[in-house]
Design a protein around this ligand. Structure first.
Ligand code: G6P
Length: 362
């Protein structure tokens, strides 16, 4: 069977694709490197980013979660306002558009019907579109004005892993390129920072036993699990929850740490697992305060922190990287947590029930 050959020695595509992430990041660095200018990027895309007064990111599922991080990158580095929209909701809740919108479609497959229908709609309105995809010949790529390629190689597992990290890496490069083109002085070489990220992910991929132990300790028998974070960690928590529910069928939700007290905390019982992300210096104190609140109600709290911000008893510590690029690193233990949780429950890791890799119906 052809799929067995492609999997090589791996039991599942998902695990193989998680392990491929360092190489994918290195490939992106190589593809987007320019000897003299630093970043190599299509000059029409650079111009489109300079011409727009507001970027509208459209995506679904994991690609939407990458878009949430992309907004932070583009706004923080390039100082261009960004809105992120779930593709299936865009036409019902269409925002008031700015004068010179630029639409960015993020899609691993380039075939998601919900995203395509927004593309058709905005092209009819005459607006420019850029697609960020893993499949350059795909529908969303062909029908948009510009394409940025993820260079992640085929992603087979339904649960997206390496495409997510590739999307964030490419969005970071786009954000820095725009900043440079606008003459914004950044103390930040994205390609160098991404090389550090690649090594950090490699180190995490060598710690699978420790992650599996986290699953045994926190998730073995639970029916639900909460992820909390603040700032950029909140978005990564949403992605961690999506991974977990997709393949292990554990009911999982990602929440903003500060929102807990406005409702969700009512669900905390003795033993409820709460996975908290702590990779951001400015919110380290407050996310840990949220952890204390849930622990006081009996939660089984699992803190995943970053080197330099870690404290005694944190369940897992990821290597330090640039604070805007932490999602690339902190998502890896969450991907592996989902993987081992599914494995321990005898779930079909690569082909979860009711889900499709690429959803070509609206
Ligand atoms: C499906 C897949 C998800 C994916 C989403 C968007 O629901 O199961 O893993 O994130 O579609 O797909 P796209 O190819 O547009 O990124």
């Amino acid at each position: 069977d052809a799929s067995d050959i492609e999997k090589g020695t791996y039991p599942h595509f998902m695990l193989k694709e998680i392990d491929e992430q360092p190489a994918v990041i290195r490939k992106i660095v190589q593809e987007y490197r320019h000897e003299k200018e630093g970043i190599k990027l299509d000059k029409d895309i650079r111009q489109a980013m300079l011409d727009t007064d507001r970027v509208y990111i459209i995506a679904a599922g994991t690609s939407y979660h990458a878009g949430l991080v992309g907004k932070q990158l583009i706004e923080n580095l390039a100082k261009v306002p960004v809105e992120v929209h779930v593709a299936s909701e865009f036409s019902y809740n269409m925002p008031l558009l700015s004068e010179k919108p630029l639409f960015i479609f993020i899609s691993q497959s380039g075939e998601t019907a919900d995203s395509r229908s927004v593309l058709v709609q905005i092209k009819e309105m005459g607006y420019p579109a850029l697609t960020i995809t893993n499949v350059p010949g795909s529908t969303l790529s062909r029908e948009a004005d510009y394409t940025l390629h993820l260079h992640a190689g085929p992603e087979i597992a339904v649960a997206s892993t390496k495409a997510y990290t590739a999307q964030i890496a490419v969005l970071a490069i786009l954000a820095v390129d725009t900043a440079k083109a606008k003459g914004i002085d950044l103390d930040f070489d994205p390609l160098q920072e991404l090389a550090i990220v690649s090594s950090a992910i490699e180190a995490l991929c060598d710690q699978k036993d420790e992650i599996e132990a986290v699953v045994s300790k926190y998730l073995e028998t639970t029916r639900n699990c909460f992820f909390i974070g603040r700032g950029i960690d909140y978005f990564v928590g949403q992605e961690g929850a999506l991974k977990l529910k997709e393949i292990s069928y554990i009911q999982a939700e990602g929440f903003a740490g500060g929102e807990l007290k406005h409702g969700t905390i009512a669900l905390i019982e003795e033993g409820t697992p709460v996975i908290a992300l702590a990779t951001q210096k400015n919110v380290n104190y407050s996310i840990r305060a949220n952890v204390q609140e849930v622990v006081a109600r009996g939660a089984n709290a699992c803190i995943i922190s970053m080197e330099g911000l870690n404290e005694e008893n944190d369940a897992f510590v990821v290597p330090a990287v640039h604070e805007l690029l932490t999602p690339l690193v902190s998502v890896v233990p969450l991907q592996l947590i989902a993987y081992y949780a599914a494995l321990h429950r005898d779930c079909d890791v690569d082909k979860p029930r009711n889900l499709a890799k690429s959803v070509t119906v609206e």
